[in-house]
Write a protein that binds this ligand. Structure first.
Ligand SMILES: [Fe+2]
Length: 293
């Protein structure tokens, strides 16, 4: 299969694990320049207290500054339901453009209704600097990147490929973790299976980086694997598991899952590209819609 970028480039990748939400954020550096991108940053929230802090984001900012890097892109693989994005905070400190998949408009429409947002909440993705369509390319310094639409977990999920490394968001978990849920509004297990197949068609040696890891069966947290490893060993889709088997397993499993602890604040913030919503007086304020999700 032909891909639109040079896949022999080997980006330098630094991973930042957030133990509160089991999210892994990344700094991806062009090996031939000082340019870098941040993938899936995290804002710290004490939801019970309504308190937001910036320790995790500051760690990423310090790393970028210490290495003398230029931040060109702040990428969201999707609208996360389990953590708040720190994209605007990082952008304010370091610059860079915030990008997400163009199907964000579907997500904004769905959750704009759930949170009963007024007309001032635009559902056209305009809160983001760039909306990526399937197959789009962009550059981080001299390094080329391209995006693959990988919906199913959410409609706007995208996999970003930089050289020999792909950031799959929640399209896949580590082989012993399987896959992410597909039962959020707009999610679909059969669509997720098809998206996973697209990722598994990438070259066998391609490095895959996860957005989450929960250390199944007590193992240490891990976030990097390969296409070959996922194809052979993924417990949900590996070793030739069929679409029907996957949909049955995924649907039964999703019925038993609780909502993520931070889904209510996460969606309100992340559908706004990480901006905290404000009330009529301009004060930062979050809502809790009752019996709506
Ligand atoms: Fe997610």
């Amino acid at each position: 299969m032909a891909y639109p970028v040079n896949m022999t480039v080997k980006p330098e990748i630094a991973a930042f694990f957030d133990p509160q939400t089991n999210t892994i954020s990344y700094v991806v550096k062009d090996p031939d320049s000082t340019a870098c991108a941040v993938i899936d940053s995290v804002l710290d929230i004490d939801y019970a207290a309504g308190r937001i802090t910036y320790g995790h984001a500051d760690e990423i900012i310090s790393h970028i500054k210490a290495k003398g890097l230029t931040l060109e892109w702040i990428i969201e693989t999707h609208v996360h339901a389990d953590h708040l994005s720190a994209a605007p905070y990082i952008q304010q400190k370091l610059g860079g453009k915030i990008g997400i998949g163009d199907k964000i408009m579907i997500v904004q429409d769905t959750f704009g209704k759930v949170f009963n947002e007024g007309t001032e909440f635009q559902r056209d993705g305009s809160q983001f600097d760039r909306l990526f369509a399937d197959g789009d390319t962009y550059n981080v310094g001299t390094m080329e990147a391209f995006v693959i639409a990988t919906p199913g977990h959410t409609p706007a999920c995208m996999t970003h490929v930089f050289g020999d490394a792909a950031f799959v968001g929640d399209t896949l978990f580590m082989p012993d973790g399987g896959s992410a849920r597909a039962d959020f509004p707009g999610g679909d297990a059969a669509t997720l299976y098809d998206s996973i197949q697209k990722v598994l068609q990438l070259p066998d040696t391609m490095r895959l980086f996860m957005c989450h890891d929960y250390g199944p069966n007590g193992r240490d947290i891990r976030w990097e694997t390969t296409v070959a490893d996922e194809k052979a060993h993924n417990i949900h889709v590996g070793a030739g598991k069929t679409r029907e088997e996957f949909v049955k397993m995924r649907t039964e499993r999703d019925e038993k899952l609780d909502m993520p602890k931070l889904i209510i604040p996460s969606l309100q913030v992340n559908m706004r590209a990480g901006d905290i919503p404000t009330d009529k007086d301009g004060r930062p304020m979050l809502k809790v819609p009752v019996n709506a999700i």
